[in-house]
Design a protein around this ligand. Structure first.
Ligand code: SF4
Length: 83
């Protein structure tokens, strides 16, 4: 079992990870949520994060909102690109 950090809570409330991720994608589409590097003000033209964060998971499709341990996979520094 992987060790979780103090700020890596399981947010699935007992639901299967696959169900949580599928539900998130449906809700994100429905509400037009933006949360990926592609929509962030900090992404460079080469797809890398200008703040230096490793962001490979934020380009994967379909996006997994939580990992196998139920830990959220969103970037805490996401800022919508309004430009
Ligand atoms: S701040 Fe986060 S969401 Fe924005 S480009 Fe960097 S890794 Fe992606």
């Amino acid at each position: 079992m992987a060790v979780r950090g103090a700020f890596a809570p399981n947010v699935t409330w007992g639901q299967p990870v696959g169900v949580v991720n599928a539900r998130f994608l449906v809700d994100a589409e429905r509400w037009g949520l933006r949360y990926l590097c592609a929509d962030c003000a900090h992404v460079g033209g080469d797809g890398r994060c200008s703040l230096g964060f490793p962001n490979e998971r934020l380009w994967q499709q379909p996006f997994a909102a939580v990992d196998g341990q139920g830990v959220p996979q969103f970037c805490r520094c996401f800022e919508p690109d309004e430009g």
